[in-house]
Design a protein. Structure first.
Length: 144
């Protein structure tokens, strides 16, 4: 850090929110990261918006996504940088809530639920998670 508290460029990592945004909003860096984390192939990214807000109804909690991405096939991705470990035991519920707000308004009136897009939330955890030894954690919703 210098006198004014600004990190020098050559010392910045993805842990710095400015650097995270600067790097991740570039398609040529964001696309391979998503592909590698999820083990999928993406044709191209069609929409990238840092710090995307989804406002909820009156008296309910809205969200601000670190990076909101939509690929060519309409699949939505939320990429989050998580520095604070106080939320670690609620990541599953937090992911579920984020996806629910990402889906809110995704369908037009009278459009069938089958048209609802796939959505993923990716957390970059910069602390020891509650899942010891895990580098990839997968939450999935199943209907029974």
């Amino acid at each position: 850090m210098n006198i004014k508290g600004i990190t020098k460029w050559n010392k910045m990592t993805l842990k710095n929110s400015y650097m995270f945004r600067l790097v991740m909003e570039k398609n040529n860096l964001c696309k391979p990261l998503i592909e590698r984390v999820l083990g999928i192939k993406i044709k191209s990214l069609s929409y990238v918006e840092p710090e995307k807000s989804f406002e909820a109804k009156l008296r309910t909690k809205g969200i601000r996504l670190d990076l909101f991405v939509i690929d060519e096939d309409g699949v939505a991705y939320d990429i989050e940088m998580q520095m604070d470990n106080s939320y670690k035991k609620f990541l599953g519920k937090r992911s579920r809530y984020y996806v629910s707000l990402m889906d809110n308004g995704a369908l037009k009136k009278d459009e069938p639920y089958s048209h609802l897009r796939k959505s993923y939330v990716i957390f970059h955890l910069y602390f020891r998670s509650i899942w010891k030894g895990a580098c990839k954690i997968h939450f999935q919703c199943h209907l029974q």
